[in-house]
Design a protein around this ligand. Structure first.
Ligand SMILES: C[S@@+](CC[C@H](N)C(=O)[O-])C[C@H]1O[C@@H](n2cnc3c(N)ncnc32)[C@H](O)[C@@H]1O
Length: 314
């Protein structure tokens, strides 16, 4: 049974867990969206948590979702265009695994690495450790299963897939390219939400990289967006307690930094500590200009860093 779309008390649908997903803070991020935007562009889409929330709350008329991961974008294509077929295939996999979950996962992972079947990827994401896509040096998916989880129940999966498909049908363009290609399509009427892979969670500890992207190259791209008057929101660094991740964005970009309280850090909780995680958002000058018409106007232009609670509920 599908959840009814439009009922604001219903849960926002999500077909799969994904490491780094912004699902928990998507609604907080939407507070910084202008009242009306033609399009929302997500160049580092992943599980598309912000786009799904934006579609759910009608924050944009059209959507461009891009990710460099080809298998992931094939999965999104099927979620949106063939929801019934995908839900049926997932149900078959989920039922077939019963009583044999570990070896079944291994067999599907092997098959996925040969066929790249999107239904297999959905099953793997539903069951793998931390919803984390990992590949070996041959480009094969090699993440282990989380043996405590059997994966989302097929009834719930079906409802999630159908609802996400309905939210996006007729309004979406999917791309599988480098983030810069997606940014070429942005206009000043749009809003761009960017969530590049973090330094904090990637293996590469070199601060000149944002997991594969050169920091200086990325900063140049942001500068070009400013020159084109593009409204964008960047999720970039963050901190847990006093520990900050990520090299600060240069002042020359004139970005407005906001911190969102993302709740207790899982790592700290495991260690018996009580540190809170704060995720940073950077708002572009063009976006700040569009937001100044919403209340409270005076707070938008204050130079000091604002807490989320100082902003009006959007
Ligand atoms: C932190 S995740 C985004 C998570 C997303 N906000 C969500 O809610 O699930 C970053 C994504 O960027 C993608 N990516 C990495 N490098 C990229 C590039 N150069 N261009 C486009 N996408 C890229 C990764 O495949 C990954 O899905």
């Amino acid at each position: 049974m599908a959840f009814k779309i439009g009922d604001r008390d219903m849960i926002i649908p999500h077909p799969f867990p994904y490491q780094g997903s912004k699902r928990n803070i998507a609604k907080s991020i939407l507070r910084f969206f202008p009242d009306s935007s033609e399009g929302l562009i997500e160049p580092f889409a992943g599980s598309c948590a912000v786009s799904i929330a934006a579609a759910f709350f009608s924050k944009a008329k059209t959507f461009i979702l891009n990710d460099s991961n080809i298998a992931l974008m094939s999965l999104w294509d099927m979620i949106i265009k063939k929801p019934r077929e995908l839900a049926t295939q997932y149900r078959i996999l989920w039922i077939e695994q019963q009583g044999n979950e570990r070896s079944y996962y291994d067999a599907i992972r092997k098959d996925f690495n040969k066929s790249h079947n999107p239904a297999f990827l959905l099953y793997l994401l539903a069951r793998c450790v931390k919803g984390s896509i990992r590949y070996n040096s041959n480009g094969e998916f090699n993440q282990s299963p989380d043996n405590r989880r059997k994966g989302m129940h097929p009834d719930k999966m079906e409802a999630n897939i159908y609802n996400v498909s309905e939210l996006f049908t007729g309004k979406i363009k999917l791309l599988n390219s480098d983030y810069k290609e997606a940014l070429k399509l942005a206009s000043s009427e749009d809003i761009v939400y960017m969530d590049p892979p973090y330094q904090g969670v990637c293996n590469k500890r070199d601060p000149r990289y944002i997991s594969g992207l050169t920091f200086s190259n990325f900063v140049n791209t942001l500068n070009e967006l400013n020159n084109r008057n593009i409204s964008f929101i960047l999720s970039y660094d963050g901190r847990t307690g006093n520990k900050t991740y990520g090299k600060p964005m240069p002042k020359s970009l004139s970005l407005h930094k906001i911190e969102i309280n993302a709740g207790p850090s899982t790592q700290a909780t495991l260690l018996g500590k009580r540190s809170l995680t704060h995720e940073a958002l950077y708002l572009s000058p063009a976006l700040i200009e569009r937001l100044k018409d919403i209340e409270p106007r005076k707070l938008i232009h204050q130079p000091r860093q604002l807490s989320l609670f100082e902003y009006a509920q959007v």
